[in-house]
Design a protein around this ligand. Structure first.
Ligand code: PRP
Length: 205
């Protein structure tokens, strides 16, 4: 049996829809249940940020998680497939009437993606002070906590409704299928079989 960690919400639903399409039947979590077994698979319903942890420790053989999370956590996992779900960008946001002054030595950036932010600004040889937040990142520039944010932009609505604009895109992200390294070797046939089926559905869309 393969255990697959899915991120609560839309990505989990869309991934389970792919399983329904491949194997038939209704793949769905019951309202508050965290484990679902169906069709020879066990699905775990976990927080987005926690998916790679379950996979890295081998409590799940496979997981579905955003490339932004994989990049941020610098994990020792196998990145198998871009599932083309949950497409978004990681971008720098600033207030509508601001410009980002790259020559300033002390730009303050609020984000939950500390590593992506540090690496991006280091690649531009720009020094930053990074302020770690856990959510509602768009608030930070509005109250003077930071000059800019680094955050996920999907529809752009959150930035727009808070008077912010994108100053610079950093990376594209989407949900990827990842595998635990040991599982990949010990359950190789089952994993590759599933990979091919998912890959066929994804590429036929
Ligand atoms: C994410 C992200 C932005 C928002 C972007 O937040 O951090 O705030 O979605 O989406 P949009 O461009 O479609 O408006 P999330 O909803 O995950 O909550 P958070 O603030 O707790 O991170």
């Amino acid at each position: 049996m393969l255990t697959i960690a899915l991120p609560k919400g839309r990505i989990a639903e869309e991934t389970l829809d792919i399983f329904s399409e491949i194997f038939g039947g209704d793949f769905k979590f019951e309202s508050r249940k965290l484990i679902m077994e169906k069709g020879g698979f066990r699905f775990l319903n976990v927080r987005n940020q926690d998916v790679p942890t379950y996979v890295e420790y081998g409590s799940a053989d496979l997981g579905v998680v955003g490339l932004d999370v994989i990049t941020e956590k610098e994990l020792d996992i196998i990145d198998m497939l871009d599932m083309q779900l949950g497409k978004c960008k990681v971008a720098i946001g600033i207030k509508n009437d601001d410009t980002l002054d790259w020559s300033r030595p002390d730009i303050k950036v609020a984000t939950k993606m500390v590593n992506i932010t540090r690496n991006y600004f280091a690649s531009k040889a720009v020094g930053v002070e990074i302020i770690k937040l856990y959510g509602s990142i768009e608030l930070a520039p509005l109250v003077g906590l930071a000059d800019a944010i680094v955050d996920i932009v999907e529809t752009g609505t959150t930035m727009k409704e808070n008077g912010l604009k994108v100053a610079q895109d950093i990376m594209d992200s989407s949900a990827h299928l990842i595998a635990n390294k040991n599982s990949f070797y010990s359950k190789k046939d089952a994993i590759l079989d599933l990979y091919e089926k998912i890959s066929d559905v994804v590429s036929s869309r």
